[in-house]
Write a protein that binds this ligand. Structure first.
Ligand SMILES: Nc1nc2c(ncn2[C@@H]2O[C@H](COP(=O)(O)OP(=O)(O)OP(=O)(O)O)[C@@H](O)[C@H]2O)c(=O)[nH]1
Ligand SMILES: [Mg+2]
Length: 290
């Protein structure tokens, strides 16, 4: 689903209850807007990282409490009406649009057409039997469009910082892109990915040198490193499956934590005042205002 500026205009003015921080739309809108999950978007196994030395997680499988929650359909808003926002940032012409287009539409355009402001694509997955949607925001790298694009950074659950494997300056600039993206987001809850594109254009010797530097930067940023090619498609699907799975797992864990803390609150209330079991929220409010 290619969203033009007219579509963004529509989203802003005609979806009034959209909460950009939580990425929550009313369920009726989600049901009518989202396409069904494609067969090739079903994630059954935990996707592997690209490089163990620059990975967010080196586990072989989803956490067992996540698998149990999915089996028991206890995933809260995940799988029902929550959409996770992913922003894609990086210098101009590094290949952000081509990367998204290769994954979402399986096309590649060799002609450069600068993104003006932002575009977004919606991708639906099914992870461990639970439907899960990613909203992929493709932002402009050109300086003159940066201020428009940066207004869409807020509320991201994952940030993909892209550089060109044949252009060392674009790798150096990734620190600045990270800083800008983090001004609008909570660094403790955002998943970071550092992605080198145009692998098909890089000679093995050039690639090895670039990868050493990229892994160092990824480590400092606490990001997961990937190298891929939108032209050949190498690693593109694997990468987005990894983004979807890690984001999904983080969302389910957050839901489990939320429902766990609600239960703990109830137990405290029951033992402290057995006369009225429904006073939990009032008591909490008065405590927090003291
Ligand atoms: N050989 C090769 N060329 C690529 C690859 N990815 C992108 N390109 C080319 O790089 C140029 C820029 O690609 P875009 O995807 O438009 O770059 P962008 O990062 O979206 O640029 P802005 O929208 O200006 O920020 C185009 O000419 C693409 O064809 C790749 O993996 N391999
Ligand atoms: Mg673009």
């Amino acid at each position: 689903m290619q969203i033009s500026h007219y579509n963004l205009f529509f989203a802003h003015f005609f979806l009034p209850k959209y909460d950009s921080r939580l990425c929550l739309f009313p369920r009726s809108i989600i049901m009518s807007v989202l396409p069904p999950v494609r067969k090739d978007r079903i994630v059954g196994q935990f996707p592997k990282c690209f490089k163990k030395e620059a990975a967010l997680n080196t586990e072989q499988d989803f956490q067992s409490k996540v698998k149990t929650a999915c089996l028991q359909q206890r995933t809260g808003t995940v799988g029902r009406f929550k959409i996770s926002k992913v922003i894609v940032v990086g210098d101009l012409a590094v290949g952000k649009t081509c990367l998204i287009n290769r994954f979402c539409k399986d096309v590649f355009d060799k002609n450069y057409k600068a993104t003006i402001g932002v575009d977004f694509e919606m991708e639906r997955f099914e992870v461990l039997g639970v439907p899960f949607s990613l909203q992929l925001w493709d932002t402009a790298g050109q300086e003159r469009f940066k201020c428009i694009a940066s207004t869409y950074y807020r509320g991201a659950q994952a940030v993909i910082i892209v550089f060109d494997l044949t252009d060392v300056a674009s790798l150096e600039h990734t620190r600045q892109w990270l800083e800008d993206a983090m001004k609008e987001n909570d660094p403790t809850s955002v998943l970071l990915f550092l992605v080198g594109t145009k692998k098909d254009m890089s000679s093995p010797a050039q690639y090895t040198l670039m990868e050493q530097d990229a892994i160092k930067i990824a480590d400092q940023m606490k990001a997961e490193y990937w190298a891929l090619s939108a032209l050949s498609g190498e690693n593109v699907r694997e990468f987005f499956f990894r983004v979807a799975s890690l984001t999904f797992e983080a969302n389910v864990l957050a839901e489990l934590e939320k429902s766990g803390s609600r239960r703990i609150g109830e137990v405290v209330q029951i033992s402290s005042n057995s006369d009225n079991l429904y006073k939990t929220s009032k008591k909490k409010q008065s405590n927090c205002c003291q």
